[in-house]
Design a protein around this ligand. Structure first.
Ligand SMILES: [Zn+2]
Length: 158
């Protein structure tokens, strides 16, 4: 058995205007993150098929682990508000000095949430990741970030 995980590294100036705008939205969301404990501000912007953009950012709490990652805030908010509107793409950004370029990734729980959203809507979600520099990591599907995710078959988790 072999597993392939494809991601591309693209300079931000080579992104199209729609992609660049989504990253700007995520950056703006990061500035409003509530991260007094970690100091690690993360913003996310989900673009739905309709073109609607939903923002999220990490929301921490002194009663750790009651907080939630920025990308999950955005994905769950999209599901709560527009359950019939599929997710086309998500940009996840951190301007934090703690975010290391080329290794900035969603946590495992967020990868599973993104992967399940893909499985539910039956179309891939394009993911853009940017941490403090001009290089953006792009994945055409959450499956690239979590190849051994839990899956759903006939409505049953596997
Ligand atoms: Zn996470």
């Amino acid at each position: 058995m072999s597993v392939t995980c494809e991601v591309a590294l693209i300079k931000s100036q080579d992104l199209n205007e729609g992609e660049a705008a989504l990253l700007r939205n995520a950056h703006q969301a990061a500035l409003n993150a509530y991260a007094p404990y970690s100091g690690f501000h993360v913003g996310a912007a989900v673009r739905l098929k309709s073109g609607t953009v939903i923002l999220g950012n990490n929301q921490e709490n002194i009663a750790y682990p009651s907080g939630l990652c920025g990308e999950r805030v955005a994905v769950f908010s999209a599901g709560a508000q527009f359950p019939e509107d599929d997710i086309e793409s998500i940009a996840i950004v951190s301007p934090s000095p703690l975010a290391v370029p080329d290794t900035f990734m969603p946590c495992g729980s967020c990868r599973q949430v993104l992967r399940e959203a893909e499985l539910r809507q039956k179309t891939p979600i394009k993911i853009y990741l940017q941490a403090r520099d001009e290089v953006v990591m792009v994945s055409k599907s959450a499956s690239n970030l979590l190849p051994f995710s839990f899956t759903i078959q006939n409505g049953v988790f596997k």
